[in-house]
Design a binder for this molecule. Structure first.
Ligand SMILES: Nc1nc2c(c(=O)[nH]1)N[C@H]1C(S)=C(S)[C@@H](COP(=O)(O)O)O[C@H]1N2
Ligand SMILES: [Mo]
Length: 380
């Protein structure tokens, strides 16, 4: 496998900072399995569209900008490994970067719809094949740690559904993409794992099989609990589907772990966080918070932001009554418009992906204790 000159950039912001703005700035989390490509020239770059299409296309960035209606979507982009640290600490060791709760961002993305581009090429499959087909995305710009290229695929159905808003993004928050964000063009797939949002996009292929890239076939899968190590995982990779939709989730971002918080005169503290719906089941309709270990819950205020969509996160806040003293915890649980809510106790999986709950090794969890900040000292 390729030996990269240095370690790729992987970073996440402090989650208390992250929830201070509805739209995440350029300094949000970054996940790379490869070095940033330095050579891409937006003026000569082309995206090739091939496979089961009537006419193969090569589109420049100008073509993508000028020949298609530009669509804007505000959505969350989340690494499937977000919150892995909690799974590792509460359940059992997992393999993967030690992401805390900040491997997610919420941005405004603009570019042509993937469906419009595919319609221009024309899908050359009969309707029953179309239901089974995939759209694969590839980036050959730089080699990755586990493969010579980066790739992912989604179903053709998702790509063609207007309401799923899959776009080839040329802009983030009204600015041309930066190199770390995938300049000059990246895929944005609202509601599904960030791993499918291929940056530095070179090629789009309509095909009958899933993308065969390492990161689609041997990573980003929720393996069964029997897959306890790399050896035991071998027989499961081919049987388990790649992660697509991300689960309903929420995080308490303020106060931070180990913070010292001054109570208000009424005995409350203000807590803040974010919440994410399951896949296409947004928006978030409810977040409940608890300051007494799950005995009592209070509904948080969901903060409305201009331009939010069912694919964007919801920021929330709530004043909650807390006892004074150290070692206290705050819990949150979110529910989306389809009624999906966070589980009491998500199952462990080897790669620590799709973590959306809390399972404590101390006394068993009470009802739906799903996001938790610990060791807070409340002073009066
Ligand atoms: N070409 C390429 N695209 C990629 C990746 C990569 O390593 N190479 N990482 C993926 C993963 S795993 C995630 S979570 C998102 C992260 O996007 P960001 O770095 O803009 O936050 O990009 C995805 N697209
Ligand atoms: Mo990721």
């Amino acid at each position: 496998m390729p030996d990269l000159p240095e370690a790729p950039v992987n970073r996440e912001p402090d989650v208390a900072d992250l929830v201070q703005s509805f739209l995440t700035r350029e300094d949000g989390y970054e996940r790379n399995h490869c070095m940033h490509p330095q050579q891409l020239d937006a003026s000569t770059h082309q995206v090739e569209i091939d496979g089961a299409v009537n006419t193969s296309l090569r589109l420049s960035v100008e073509d993508l900008k000028n020949d298609f209606e530009q669509h804007t979507v505000v959505c969350a982009l989340q690494c499937a490994g977000n919150r892995r640290h909690t799974m590792r600490t509460n359940l059992k060791e997992v393999s993967g970067i030690d992401w805390f709760d900040g491997a997610v961002m919420n941005c405004k993305w603009t570019g042509p719809r993937l469906r419009d581009v595919l319609q221009r090429a024309g899908i050359s499959l009969g309707s029953s094949d179309q239901e089974q087909a995939h759209v694969a995305f590839a980036c050959y710009a730089t080699p990755c740690q586990e493969d010579m290229w980066y790739g992912a695929s989604i179903s053709l159905t998702r790509a063609m559904r207007e309401d799923m808003e899959v776009i080839l993004a040329l802009k983030m928050n009204d600015q041309p993409l930066s190199i770390p964000r995938g300049s000059p063009v990246r895929v944005i797939t609202p509601g599904i794992a960030g791993a499918r949002a291929v940056k530095w996009l070179d090629k789009i292929t309509v095909q009958m099989q899933e993308c065969q890239n390492h990161y689609m076939q041997y990573d980003y899968k929720v393996l069964p609990e029997e897959a306890v190590d790399a050896e035991a995982a071998k027989k499961f990779w081919h049987k388990v589907p790649p992660v697509q939709e991300m689960p309903v989730n929420s995080v308490v971002a303020v106060p931070n772990n180990e913070a010292t918080v001054q109570r208000d005169t009424d005995g409350t503290i203000t807590v803040q966080g974010y919440a994410l719906p399951y896949g296409d089941d947004g928006p978030i309709t409810r977040v409940d918070v608890s300051g007494d270990g799950g005995t009592s819950w209070k509904e948080a205020e969901l903060i409305h932001h201009e331009g939010d969509s069912k694919y964007s996160w919801k920021l929330w806040k709530a004043p909650i009554a807390m006892q004074a003293g150290s070692g206290q915890a705050v819990l949150s649980k979110a529910t989306d418009s389809a009624g999906n809510t966070q589980p009491d106790e998500p199952k462990w999986n080897l790669r620590g992906v799709c973590y959306n709950g809390l399972c404590t090794s101390q006394p068993p969890p009470l009802v739906n204790m799903v996001s938790r900040v610990d060791q807070i000292r409340i002073v009066t």
